[in-house]
Design a protein around this ligand. Sequence first.
Ligand code: SF4
Ligand code: SF4
Length: 458
Amino acid sequence: MPSNQRDYRFIDSTISLCPECLKRIDAKVILKNGSIYLQKRCKQHGEMEILLEEDGDYYLKRGDYDKPGSISKPQTEIKNGCPFDCGLCPDHEQHTCNGLIEVTDECDLNCKFCYANSGKKGFLSFEKIGEMMDLFLDSEFGNAEILQISGGEPTLHPQIIEIIKLARNKKIKYVLLNTNGLRIASDENFVKELSQFKGRFEIYLQFDSFDDKTYQDFRGKKLWDIKKKAIENLVRYKIPITLVSTIKKGVNDQEIGKIVKFGLDTKYIRGVNFQPIAYFGRMGGLNQSQDRITITGIINCIEKQLNGMVKKNDFIPLPCDVDRVAITYLYRLKDEFVPIMRSINTKEYLPVIRNTFKFDPEDILKDITESVFCKSKSCCNYLDFLKKLKPLIPAKFFLKSPKEKMEYVSENTFRISIVSFVDAYNFDMKSMKKECVHIITPDLKKIPFSAYNMIHRK
Ligand code: SF4
Ligand code: SF4
């Protein structure tokens, strides 16, 4: 290499934040030694180089899956620039795929990695929660996709069952209950009550490890027996579960393959959602961001630790948020699970894939039915797409009752997703504007999850 040549390739420029003073600063996106970094300089706090993505090749190709975002009604104006105008402001580029309501700040754990920095006392009133759901519905033009009921620990809310019922009555499509599993492990009657919501209801269960040392480190308590018991109770009442694992390099990244395997082998676990640690909330002051694991770091662990059963190429960037979410779906073929992406070239079907995190065979059928009299190319795409999905959705699926459909999907499909949030270190304005998980606040705003935890949480 000539002595005057830089040791990186300049890819793009963007706006970032200084993690010290949170001022907006210019940043370069660069490719260096095969990985992608953000290079930025704050007048006051100096120069920084932050790892964005371990596999530069994945980063550079992910735009091939990008598609236009969907519109959602804004609640604020454009005044101070992103991320200070949340939100949503009219400049946000993606609708609310996931609306999240924190029904309480209270929690029965005190985790080191708590984005919500929970622990304060108090529950939101039932009426306020109803208003927040109405805002979600109204801003999504009556079609709210996924509501995550979260906290703190939402199962501590004295009206949690009524809250879930309310969401169902308001016709929010899917309800997810984010929980650490403590109440689910200890209160079987509660689990029985939850079972009334089966079909478009799922438990998002915090599940980081099989090792009590990791729980002690992450969550301040040995929790493995509690997680086991919670899963046993949920399986007893056939309630679908997604395991949600926070991953930290050098702590539990060696368990990623084992977590997927455990999910595949356990009935009613429908998927695993891996989340690389983000440096906000209680982690905000800890500058360990250079040692972060990224989306592709997790994909590499999956390929290696599962001996190629799921490979790098089985993952695609999620078309509605290519920067921050990677996903693969597996379907049961006799006794094994096979990634669906091996038989579908997803890029060909981008126009017919909705801007949503949820894969729902009935949505695909609905789109086909609505467009069946149309003669455009996209209608042919729909039909072709359905043909490709045939092994995953047999024709008799659509004749089943809602409960049978839920059981069929639980037993025959499995989702592995990796969601990487934006913190003040890896802040790239483009990624920020496309984020689709939005916190619905009591003052009736919708604030992207990362922006909320970085700067807007009081
Ligand atoms: S994150 Fe979205 S809502 Fe917030 S200021 Fe940026 S564009 Fe607006
Ligand atoms: S991360 Fe979840 S379980 Fe842990 S303290 Fe925060 S709200 Fe509670």
